[in-house]
Design a protein around this ligand. Structure first.
Ligand code: SF4
Length: 292
């Protein structure tokens, strides 16, 4: 079900140094997500969204509030979107909050970083180009497998990786900075060198010059239950491997994480691909690194 709500605030300051995406601020224009990725951490109890897979809430006053909040900032930075929902889920075609928010970001002279799994982002190339004239305008496509069929099972509502690579190529042609969020790389499903290296190489061919990896995933409370339920449906027998490897752990690195890291860094260095990003503003409080 799609429902409209009114938000009190939209913009949040990113704590610490965000080496994954280089963000200074974050914003969520929707609550809930139509992509239904089986591993999504946004289902965790701490986020208080009991109906993550049933309802999408549209923050109808988000753009107005965003404008006020951006104009009140003394220093301009990079605003990120796409961490708790996908800003280009199917609903965006009608609701249009992401495009309207990008227009406000452009007017206010801030930068933007969008994380998405959808080629719908191509619609907004003109406004991204406007932002890029004075600041950062970067788009990360999340890609964790080269296999469209596997992606259909783990990210059932999202466009296939092949469409995401095509989107990266078109964004690069339009001089938009493109990146790949190579995360989460699911243990026992996606954590092979063949998969990882092919994603990097195909990304390079599509003009990508930044790849941010996380060779592992997170699991906790009801998000873990949901993930295991979906594993039982689509990958019989795999849940037991997860239970044995991780028990009740929240951070679940791939058993191959260490072995993948060195060749990944070497491949990226050879191709001139960055594997981390710095924010533009000084950090707030330092936070420990969660992902290896
Ligand atoms: S696209 Fe992102 S927010 Fe949406 S379900 Fe997938 S992981 Fe969660």
């Amino acid at each position: 079900m799609i429902r409209e709500i009114h938000a009190k605030t939209i913009l949040s300051r990113v704590a610490g140094v965000d080496t994954h995406f280089g963000l200074d601020y974050g914003m969520n224009l929707y609550r809930g997500c139509q992509h239904h990725c089986i591993y999504c951490d946004s289902r965790s109890e701490c986020y208080g969204n009991d109906r993550f897979d049933e309802d999408v809430l549209v923050k109808v006053n988000a753009v107005e509030i965003l404008g006020k909040e951006l104009r009140a900032k003394r220093r301009k930075g990079v605003v990120g979107t796409g961490s708790m929902n996908d800003p280009y889920m199917p609903l965006e075609e009608k609701a249009g909050l992401t495009r309207a928010a990008l227009e406000v970001v452009a007017e206010c002279g801030f930068g933007v970083h969008v994380v998405t799994k959808s080629d719908r982002v191509l619609r907004d190339i003109p406004v991204l180009q406007r932002i890029a004239r004075t600041s950062t305008a970067a788009v990360s496509l999340t890609i964790t497998t080269m296999d469209d069929d596997l992606a259909r099972r783990v990210e059932p509502g999202a466009p296939p990786p092949s469409a995401r690579f095509s989107a990266l190529a078109r964004l690069s042609e339009a001089a938009i900075e493109t990146r790949i969020a190579l995360m989460p790389v699911l243990p026992f499903l996606e954590d092979t060198w063949d998969n990882v290296s092919r994603i990097v190489e195909e990304g390079y061919r599509c003009g990508v010059r930044t790849v941010i990896p996380w060779f592992g995933m997170s699991l906790r409370d009801r998000q873990r239950s949901y993930f295991y339920h979906r594993l039982d449906e689509s990958f019989p027998g795999l849940r037991e491997r997860y239970e044995k490897a991780y028990g009740c752990d929240y951070v679940c690195p791939s058993p191959r994480a260490v072995a993948l890291r060195a060749p990944f860094e070497a491949l990226c260095a050879r191709l001139g691909i960055r594997t981390s990003v710095r924010p533009t503003l000084a950090p707030t409080v330092e936070e420990p690194q969660l992902f290896g």
